[in-house]
Design a binder for this molecule. Structure first.
Ligand code: ADP
Ligand code: MG
Length: 488
């Protein structure tokens, strides 16, 4: 196994959140929600005699992504016709970019957490990012197929990496980082389940004695980053087995069988596709002035890396915590709202990444859907303030948080209704401590005889006697004092 290294390059398609389509004023609608064929016009249907016009916003969004991925934006780019026949492509060709793409030669640094060993940072080079139009969508039903052209002509940015990705973990880290960048830029919502964002890994494996790459396969239709990860794991294993048994990998397009958790071969690629690319005669070469590039660069929002650095520098978060909190834009937004409501940055990070994420995991709510939970950022901040102010200890705060999760109530209301406010009254605490010690004479004697570890057990009994509401600091002090008083 360790004689083999995965070689992976990703092709990512991101629909751009423009109001109108790539080459006409036809509106862009949600391709899952909208009724079929309600957002179509002669241009997106490719009717004879229609002429395309380049959508300026799409170019700008594409440039934003290119710049965020550290690409060069060449002074000229050009659209080209990619000819093929398919029922979801009414013109018989797709307008794409070929030898003169919008953006080239970039990179993105990703933080990888491998299965074993320490986390590390890896640079993945971006070969190119080019603009094209999306196709329509086919739905196969018994007895035929249905076609919906709402999606035809939607601006699509294709981002292609160099084959720099060497594990499923690296691919996952790259996918998350790229998705975060697209979301932060506001050019794509990152929804892979609806196909708004699609990631297709090209996969081969390299033996340690190899000097050249081997045949690769490509996996399509992966509807989540998790499935990109799973498909790469499964496909690299399949390829290694083939090579080791003396067989060979054939170039193919694969799909992912979610139920069986394995790749399925959709079609073999015996010959290279011949698309007869040629410059689109209905569109001019597009000149991108340096002023335009600089203006777009100047208006870029704060991106995940910059936010992470700021969280570390200004809030004192650890690198790991900061990385996790910036990775989903929705999570970063929630966290910043919690802080805006007066919570301590470190407590907020701990409680979000600990108890809150556990609750979300247990209820199968993805991080990016944090806005759907019943606990508002303001209420979460209020809970943290009750902890830091001494009204709640960790245990009671967890109880309150769980209650907030189901009811959506304010923490103060729950604390009052359930009488959970922390007991720091020394009289009540001393009484509880004395009672516990009186009932456990043997344990006290053993402790005084040198069994220091018993302190924890006695502490637990005291907390229990106080209904879990004791201020742990005050209880520890009272317990130690009472034990010391019993030394002879
Ligand atoms: P094209 O699709 O135009 O033929 P390439 O084949 O060069 O372009 O690359 C397509 C994608 O496949 C890129 O992301 C590239 O990094 C990746 N890739 C190229 N060769 C290999 C290989 N042997 N193994 C894995 N990925 C590869
Ligand atoms: Mg390709």
């Amino acid at each position: 196994m360790s004689d083999w290294k995965p070689i992976i390059g990703l092709e990512v398609h991101a629909e751009l959140l423009t109001e109108s389509k790539m080459f006409s004023a036809c509106p862009v609608v949600d391709s899952v929600e909208a009724a079929p064929n309600t957002a179509v016009d002669p241009v997106s249907l490719g009717l004879p005699g229609t002429l395309p016009v380049i959508n300026r916003k799409a170019i700008e969004f594409g440039m934003m992504v290119g710049l965020a991925l550290n690409c060069e934006i060449p002074p000229f780019n050009q659209f080209a016709r990619k000819s093929y026949f398919y029922p979801d492509l009414p013109k018989g060709y797709q307008i794409s970019q070929y030898d003169r793409p919008l953006a080239i030669n970039g990179y993105v640094d990703v933080e990888v957490t491998p299965e074993t060993g320490d986390p590390y940072t890896k640079r993945i080079r971006i070969r190119r990012a080019h603009l094209e139009e999306d196709t329509g969508k086919l739905t196969h039903i018994p007895g035929g197929s249905l076609v919906d052209y709402n999606r035809a002509g939607v601006p699509l940015l294709e981002i292609v990496t160099e084959p720099d990705v060497n594990s499923a973990e690296e691919a996952e880290a790259f996918g998350r980082k790229l998705r975060a960048i697209l979301q932060y830029l506001g050019v794509n919502n990152g929804d892979m389940s609806k196909g708004v964002l699609r990631m297709e890994p090209n996969i081969s494996v390299m033996h340690k004695t190899d000097t050249e790459f081997r045949t690769r396969t490509e996996v399509k239709n992966l509807n989540s980053i998790r499935n990109v990860f799973r498909a790469i794991k499964a496909e690299t294993e399949r390829q290694i087995k083939l090579w080791e048994s003396g067989d060979s990998v054939k170039q193919a397009t694969l799909g992912w069988d979610e139920a069986k958790q394995r790749v399925v071969i959709q079609r073999y690629k015996e010959t290279a596709d011949e698309y007869r690319y040629f410059p689109e005669p209905d569109l001019p070469v597009l000149e991108v002035s340096r002023e335009w590039v600089e203006q777009v660069r100047k208006n870029l929002p704060e991106l995940p890396d910059a936010k992470r650095e700021r969280f570390i520098r200004e809030l004192g978060l650890s690198e790991y915590d900061a990385s996790v909190l910036v990775m989903d834009q929705a999570v970063a937004h929630y966290y910043e709202e919690v802080l805006a409501n007066g919570a301590n940055p470190k407590s907020a990070a701990n409680w979000m990444m600990g108890n809150l994420f556990s609750l979300m995991n247990a209820n199968e709510i993805a991080r990016e859907d944090i806005e759907q939970i019943k606990i508002s950022a303001k209420q979460f901040a209020a809970l943290l303030k009750l902890v830091d102010g001494g009204t709640l200890n960790r245990g009671t705060a967890t109880t309150v948080l769980n209650e907030m999760w189901t009811t959506g109530d304010d923490p103060a209301k729950i604390v009052e209704a359930q009488g959970l406010a922390q007991v720091s009254d020394t009289g009540a605490i001393s009484a509880a401590v004395d009672k516990v010690l009186a009932e456990n004479e043997k344990m006290v004697a053993d402790y005084l005889g040198g069994k220091d570890k018993l302190l924890g057990a006695m502490m637990g009994m005291c907390m229990k006697a106080l209904g879990g509401k004791g201020d742990p600091k005050v209880v520890t002090e009272a317990l130690k004092a009472a034990l010391d008083a019993r030394r002879t």
